[in-house]
Design a protein around this ligand. Sequence first.
Ligand code: F3S
Length: 425
Amino acid sequence: MRLNNDEQAMLDGKQGPAKQKAMELLVKYGEALNAESFVDTNNAHLLVGFLPYPEIVTMRDVDEMVSKFLLDTDEKIIIDRVKAFNTTHIWAIDLERWQVMEAPESLHELMELFRKYCIKTGISITATCTPYQVGNIPTRGEHCAWTESSAVPFCNAVLGARTNTETAHSAFAAALTGKIPLSGLHIDENRLGTRLVNSEIDVNSVMEWTLLGYYAGEVCQLAVPVFKTKFGRIPNIGMFKGLNSAGASSGGIMMYHIIGVTPEAPTMEVAFGGKKPEEVLDYGKAERRQTYENLNSARDEKVDLVNIGCPHYSLEQLRDVARLLDGKKVHASTNLWIWTAHQLKDVADRNGYTDIITGAGGHLLTDSCPLNTNLFPHGTKIVATDSAKQAHYAPAIADVDVWFGTMEECIDCAITGKWQGELKT
Ligand code: F3S
């Protein structure tokens, strides 16, 4: 790779061991990607409060953990301050309500150590998979280094900013150095559409955008789909989150276009850069039905856990779910967990939504999600959710069967204890 003077100085250790280790990682990464140079970044979304390595159970020195797992060295590197503006992806537990998750005290103590480490090193503790809901809103064209597959398409497709799906290591190295390889979706031509997805379905709800996203992820994998579809309203944040997280679960969609909606697709011509689509895919009633069936693995209508808020619910979704629960009671044999960012819970608290949810017997939880640490309520076998991402991963990760449907069906299930959802025509 071609390095400028600043990058070479970091690599030579002239700006300290932390930047040197980070730059060594980034150079190897850039070479693997065939990148010729770096681009500056001042926006990283980091995976720090949740490191999925068994060894962290016994380690207690965060400097050692970060050196080993994020900088790939056995040498203990002390970091002064990270350079780039950053936010953090989810942590292992709800930092305040961790006992609801039946998390061990030791995990809470570990998170406290990480919290202190973040304050010391200038890492912003947002603890959410939806950084764009809590103040990290990159502007169009801004180069970023984000982890979290559901957030990446929001950054690229919805905001018109630029990121690849980074790992915990590459995002952390980018935060330390302010550099990321110039490759993939940082480059104009790689952002152009390659597949046309023609939808004859009216896509007007979170569930319909989720189904379309799940279908597109399966058939497009890493390609850039261009959606041509009927919709009565411009998708809101909940609909985008449904589309993004579904497409990044069944496939690896990092970028897409919706003609007339997303910023880099005012017309078909612009979305495809004047080229013809490599493939045209039709999404109709049969594809929609099959996608719905694929997401529903449960057969037993009795549900142990209703788990919603994946990706973390928006303020509008919190308002809607509180309205559905107002004056109701969650069934004695069912748990209701609703996930959001803790910053949005603060707004929910002020507006009375939290009181309604907890008064009904549900839990409004933050900072985490049970899928990542496999902390489902003890004995959970059947889960209901409005998230394709949960429905996709939970059966393999948590050995549960899943019902997938709308928020309304999930809340009805929480109240009755039974799944009665169905795909409406
Ligand atoms: Fe967020 Fe967990 Fe879903 S990290 S996107 S709530 S699987």
